[in-house]
Design a binder for this molecule. Structure first.
Ligand SMILES: N[C@@H](CCC(=O)N[C@@H](CS)C(=O)NCC(=O)O)C(=O)O
Length: 206
């Protein structure tokens, strides 16, 4: 198998962490692209998929899997260890519910970040205000539920996504003081960020 990714992509990081945590990482050849390579007109990703995004996982039979959540499904089907993403309701659907909330935070952060990175004349104040309000609202809700024991227990994909979302903030948007007033979320993040799979995949600063 071959994984195309960039070091800074949070969506690809989800897959890289799941591969490390399940031990399937040893079966995968990694192809790291720079941001410039990813966005170039002759990007290697375009050979695999017209969408041109990472992560893209090419299986040994030539099948190409894209979309981080679908690749996580593939990983979970093939792992021999505990499932990272229970899909049978055995956990009361807790992982899927928590993962949806964490994905909402991650998508809010990436949309906000992309809006901030545009040159001044192209920047939309409306998008920036909407996404900033969305992620702050989500982070407040996460502070409350984490204080009550959410995102704990057997390691799973909901924890991976929340850790990745929070891990994007300090290197990419240091101006957002997300830890202020959120001690439980902040402490929760410090624990997960210390896992070897998180340490091995830290996003570079811009
Ligand atoms: N929904 C996709 C999002 C993937 C995505 O947005 N990847 C970005 C990097 S973080 C990308 O490849 N962007 C290149 C482009 O948009 O041309 C997933 O979950 O895999």
């Amino acid at each position: 198998m071959r994984l195309l990714y960039t070091a800074g992509s949070p969506f690809a990081r989800m897959v890289r962490i799941a591969l490390l945590e399940t031990g399937l990482d040893t079966l995968v050849t990694k192809r790291e692209l720079t941001r410039a390579q990813l966005y170039s007109a002759d990007s290697e990703v375009l050979v695999l998929s017209p969408i041109g995004r990472v992560p893209a996982l090419e299986l040994d039979d030539g099948t190409v899997l894209t979309e981080s959540l679908l690749i996580l499904d593939y990983i979970d089907v093939h792992t021999r260890g505990p499932k990272l993403l229970p899909r049978n309701g055995s956990d009361g659907w807790r992982t899927l519910a928590e993962m949806g909330q964490a994905m909402g935070l991650l998508e809010g952060i990436t949309t906000w970040l992309r809006a901030l990175l545009l040159p001044e004349p192209e920047r939309s104040a409306t998008v920036i205000a909407r996404e900033s309000s969305r992620v702050n609202r989500a982070a407040d809700a996460l502070e409350s539920v984490v204080a009550c024991g959410a995102y704990s227990g057997q390691f799973n994909t909901a924890q991976i996504v929340l850790g990745i979302a929070l891990g994007l903030i300090e290197p990419r948007m240091p101006g957002w003081k997300w830890r202020d007033g959120r001690p439980h979320l902040s402490q929760w993040y410090d624990v997960i960020a210390d896992r070897p799979s998180f340490r091995a995949t830290e996003p570079p600063a811009l």
